[in-house]
Design a protein around this ligand. Structure first.
Ligand code: CP
Length: 315
């Protein structure tokens, strides 16, 4: 595996889920695979789970790990080409990326949408410069448009908790005080459409995802109707794609609460975290026995370990 950016990079989902189960059952089985190999994890944005779980996954495989928080520890990096660099960014990605590539065997990159330029975000301008110039395999640790390590962990968590062959999985928009990217719901949709699940997306009008992610999913604007008979409720806020980056609603009637969960088939509650309590979900739901958000976060180690393992095996 030379890159891990979308669901297509993981190949057959059944094979990947089987491999994830093997890794979870015996995480140290491949603890010499990464001997004398180095992974650099570069963060343009904050993280708790991705930083720790990806580092842990690499350490389980015996790798050396370097973590760089670009905004705190590095030079500010320019990503535009052809600009006169007389501003606050003293180094261009064009040099920084190949330099980093000379110091390691794999690079993980976290670079969120900026909301300044929809085209630049959806063209993945920063991630693509890593792919083009690094000279080593690249893992997306959440890009402008996708969060594939999260989606893989989400699917594996559903696999562990499902009680029927083809569960109903509902992705629901929920309110949030700040404008958030579409990366998590995009990737979740991308993975659920390939998995053996009945997949429904529910959100207020104006929050339609980009067609490449929503096509093929059932869209239901009535949240309560969407929840009926659901086996998994996956809550997430995202800002508008059409009115790019805008908050169109903070309607608290979309918060996931006990009354709505009662409409489901005793559904498990999921969220990628971090979560705003009593905006996205009530305390009663996230603290209930049906909440599997911590299992989901634990499985971030597993998804990262499968991906890094595959990369090491193909170096
Ligand atoms: N879910 C997730 O990616 O968490 P962090 O932003 O803390 O890494």
């Amino acid at each position: 595996m030379k890159r891990y950016l979308t669901v297509d990079d993981i190949g057959d989902l059944e094979v990947a889920l089987k491999e994830a189960a093997e890794v979870k059952a015996n995480p140290y089985k491949w603890d010499t695979l990464g001997k004398n190999k180095t992974i650099v994890l570069i963060f343009f944005n904050s993280s708790l789970r991705t930083r720790l779980s990806t580092q842990k996954a690499a350490m389980n495989l015996g790798m050396n790990v370097i973590v760089l928080d670009v905004n705190k520890d590095g030079w500010k990096l320019e990503s535009e080409f052809g600009v006169i660099m007389d501003g606050d960014k003293p180094e261009h990605l064009r040099e920084a990326v190949p330099v980093i590539g000379r110091y390691c065997d794999i690079i993980g990159v976290r670079s969120f949408a900026t909301f300044e330029d929809k085209a630049a975000d959806y063209e993945e301008r920063i991630l693509n410069q890593f792919i083009e110039f690094a000279g080593v395999p690249i893992i997306s640790m959440e890009s402008a448009t996708r969060h594939p390590l999260q989606a893989f962990a989400d699917l594996f968590t559903i696999e562990e908790h499902k009680t029927k062959a083809r569960p109903k999985v509902v992705l629901t928009w929920a309110p949030h005080p700040r404008a958030l990217p579409q990366a998590v719901p995009n990737s979740f949709a991308e993975w659920m459409k390939k998995a053996d699940v009945e997949f429904v997306i529910t959100h207020p009008k104006g929050y339609e995802l980009a067609p490449e992610f929503s096509e093929g999913a059932t869209i239901e604007y009535d949240q309560k109707k969407a929840f009926e008979g659901a086996d998994f409720i996956y809550a997430k806020n995202w800002s508008s794609f059409t009115e790019y980056g805008q908050i169109l609603s903070k309607d608290m009637s979309w918060t996931v609460n006990e009354e709505k969960m009662a409409l489901t088939n005793n559904a498990k509650f999921m969220h990628c975290l971090p979560v705003r309590r009593n905006m996205i979900v009530t305390d009663g739901v996230i603290d209930s026995p049906n909440s599997i958000v911590i299992d989901e976060a634990e499985n971030r180690v597993i998804s990262a370990q499968v991906v890094i393992k595959r990369m090491l095996e193909s170096l």
